[in-house]
Design a protein around this ligand. Structure first.
Ligand SMILES: O=C(O)CCC(=O)C(=O)O
Ligand SMILES: [Fe+2]
Length: 230
């Protein structure tokens, strides 16, 4: 059927600004880009700091995370993964900084904000079929520059709310493989979470046979330079 070949996905899921500064762009990454990033994910997962579930008050999160540039642990950033193996995390690759700039340009237009966007960390989350993430704010960064989110693999039910409470008003939307979501400006500190993922929903060719990955690029606002003597 040609409707499978030329699907209505993008018509059904138009690009949209949910709240001021929060922009969802479905299908932003091509399948080739997704599969290439999925390969990088498998490399990052092996170390120097392996993919792990962070512990919050003694309980492991269901999501597993590997970090680049800065290591996130509840609720701070360090260069060394002191809660895992004490080793320094890999540098944030230049190509991800570039993807971040392209993403901000896509969301807000190709102006000075995009040109000056300089993420210094990436949190790469892996969700198995049971994993979810409760409503939270991304507020361990000093900077209020936008967060850029990229999703690959299975779709999820993403909840994006308001800056005041974990509760309504919020909106539920699907983040599918290849989707871009940028939240900045008045929405930068909005509560958000992943209610569930949809097993077996990943498109063929995206590079993820199972599970979902989400990469968030962020500006920590911590020291600018990586020290050069290490
Ligand atoms: O997986 C997602 O789409 C969101 C991840 C997230 O909110 C986070 O890492 O802080
Ligand atoms: Fe978050």
């Amino acid at each position: 059927m040609t409707t499978a070949l030329f699907g209505d996905e993008l018509l059904e899921r138009p690009r949209r600004e949910l709240t001021p500064g929060a922009v969802h762009v479905p299908g932003w990454l091509s399948l080739t880009q997704q599969a290439w990033i999925a390969d990088r994910f498998r490399e990052w997962s092996a170390g120097p700091v392996p993919l792990r579930a962070a512990s919050v008050r003694g309980h492991e999160m269901s999501v597993k995370t590997v970090c680049l540039g800065w290591h996130w642990q509840p609720y701070r950033y360090t260069r060394e993964a002191t809660d895992v193996n004490g080793v320094r995390v890999s540098a944030l690759p230049e190509w991800l900084v570039r993807v971040g700039r392209l993403a901000v340009a896509e969301a807000y237009g190709n102006g000075p904000e995009a040109a000056g966007y300089a993420p210094d960390t990436a949190l790469v989350n892996y969700y198995d079929d049971a994993a979810k993430m409760g409503m939270h704010q991304d507020k361990d960064e000093i900077s209020l520059e936008p967060v850029v989110s990229l999703s690959i693999g299975n779709s999820c039910l993403f909840r994006f709310g308001n800056t005041e409470t974990r509760t309504r008003p919020y909106e539920d939307l699907t983040l599918a493989s290849g989707d871009l979501f940028v939240f900045g400006g008045p929405s930068r500190l909005a509560y958000h979470g992943v209610m569930k993922t949809y097993p077996c929903s990943a498109p063929a060719g995206c590079g993820m046979g199972a599970g979902r990955i989400n990469i968030t690029l962020r500006v920590t606002g911590l020291e600018q330079k990586e020290s050069t003597h290490e």
